[in-house]
Design a protein around this ligand. Structure first.
Ligand code: AMP
Ligand code: MG
Length: 418
């Protein structure tokens, strides 16, 4: 049995960052940039107005106030999307809308609220004249050319993950596509003679295959593309056929068949078609997990053999498959977020494995210590009880080298939903 850390290190050693692909920016959400992005333009492209109002020379407004407004002849108008057709003359104003380029000669914008625009309009007075009710400084309500992005500057670094904000920045630079590390195709194979698919009639002795769906959903959630291979039966021939189908993908995840039962043949097939890098990990649930590489010609396909029990499959996926997928996608932060919490229940550790206990984490107000996270068990912790995963929002980690925890002890909780 090897530790969780050793197993993860070994697995990550076998998976590589994938190649770049160029795609429309919207479909790059969650992927990382494969190159630095420089700007070829200034943003904003020109000095422009941050308000609807009047472009003026600041100096001309000096002395204006509510009690002593200053009148300005309005000599023109400029809307967003068009260029000013006039220069500002001394002592005049040009009507300007938000985003419109500042006319030559203007150095400030007086917003409508600081003029008599509203009362003048309401009383039907001459719109060729405007009263300005305050003095303004140069630069007021002016957005300067290049203040957000300067032409030639490095805007997004290689390996940056594209969130909605980065996708917006790419759009504002005028890029319709981006070069990103491609998403891995992950084959998902359930194994077991007892399995039937949801939608099939229920038969005695059979159970519905859930692992394909939890694991494929996890693959999707972390950015991979699941390729569902269906159910492999507990025979070497069936398994070999399914493995053949997985050879064009970037990783194979199987569920089940890696324990010591009479029909647990996944390891044997893996050993025959490649090499087992590890088997059995010091964790609970999830001990009988395997990892290796399937060889076919020049192809080397990483194969993660998860246990069949639905909870074990999910928890081992989180610890090993998730970081492997993130690494293939070029991501650098592979750790799952954790928080310190107070355990509300006891958990016994009887055989020196690291326990991942399903908990609900709540932020509790304590009059003495302030805010504290508390973790309580969701109920029975059997590795077949998949509803415990549906109830939990975190996994409390009970280290392998302690006999357990009691209520009030501090634990680290790995968050499932952050
Ligand atoms: P195994 O690791 O193949 O011995 O399976 C362990 C337990 O998990 C058995 O009770 C299986 O019936 C169950 N199991 C295996 N694969 C699945 C699956 N795809 N969906 C639901 N339960 C499964
Ligand atoms: Mg089985």
């Amino acid at each position: 049995m090897i530790s969780v850390e050793e197993a993860l290190e070994k697995i990550l050693g076998y998976v590589q960052v994938l190649e770049p692909e160029e795609k429309p920016i919207l479909s790059c959400l969650g992927q990382v940039l494969a190159e630095d992005v420089y700007s070829t333009i200034d943003i904003p492209p020109l000095d422009n107005s941050a308000m609807d109002g009047f472009a003026v020379r600041a100096e001309d407004t000096y002395g204006a106030s509510k009690s002593s407004p200053k009148g300005f002849p309005v000599i023109g108008e400029v809307a967003a999307g068009s260029m000013p057709d006039k220069e500002l003359e001394l002592g005049t104003a040009i009507r300007i809308m938000t985003g419109a380029p500042l006319p030559k000669g203007a150095d400030a914008v007086v917003q409508f609220e600081d003029t008599d625009e509203v009362t003048r309009k309401a009383s039907g007075e001459d719109s060729c004249l405007i009263g300005i009710l305050r003095q303004v400084e140069r630069g007021l309500n002016v957005r300067c050319k290049g203040e957000d992005i300067a032409k030639g500057a490095l805007i997004l670094r290689r390996r940056t993950m594209l969130r909605p904000s980065e996708i917006g920045v790419l759009a504002s630079l005028g890029c319709p596509t981006a070069l990103v590390i491609r998403r891995p195709i992950v084959s998902v194979l359930a194994t077991g003679d007892e399995l039937i698919e949801p939608g099939q009639p229920k038969l005695n002795g059979k159970i519905y295959n859930s692992n394909t769906y939890t694991i494929a959903a996890e693959v999707l959630r972390y950015g991979g593309i699941p390729e569902i291979l269906g159910i492999g039966r507990d025979s070497v021939e069936s398994l070999n056929r399914k493995i053949d189908e997985s050879l064009t993908s970037d990783m194979l995840i199987t569920c089940g068949g890696v324990s010591l039962g009479d029909y647990d043949i996944v390891k044997d097939v893996l050993a025959k078609r490649g090499q087992i890098a590890l088997w059995t990990i010091c964790m609970k649930p999830g001990k009988p997990s395997a990892f290796g590489v399937i060889r076919q010609g020049r192809k080397r396909l990483p194969h993660l053999g998860l246990p069949g029990n639905p909870v074990s499959a999910m928890i081992t996926f989180e610890q090993f498959a998730r970081p492997a997928i993130l690494k293939m996608m070029g991501k650098e932060n592979l750790a799952k977020p954790t928080v310190q919490a107070i355990m509300d229940d006891a958990v016994e550790n009887t055989d020196g494995r690291r326990i991942f206990a399903r908990v609900v984490l709540n932020l509790i107000q304590d009059t003495k210590v302030g805010e504290e996270y508390h973790a309580c068990l969701v109920g029975p912790q059997g590795s077949g009880i998949l509803t415990s995963m549906a109830k939990a929002n975190g996994l409390a980690i009970i280290p392998e080298n302690i006999p357990g925890v009691k209520p009030g002890d501090k634990v680290l909780v790995q968050m499932l939903d952050w």
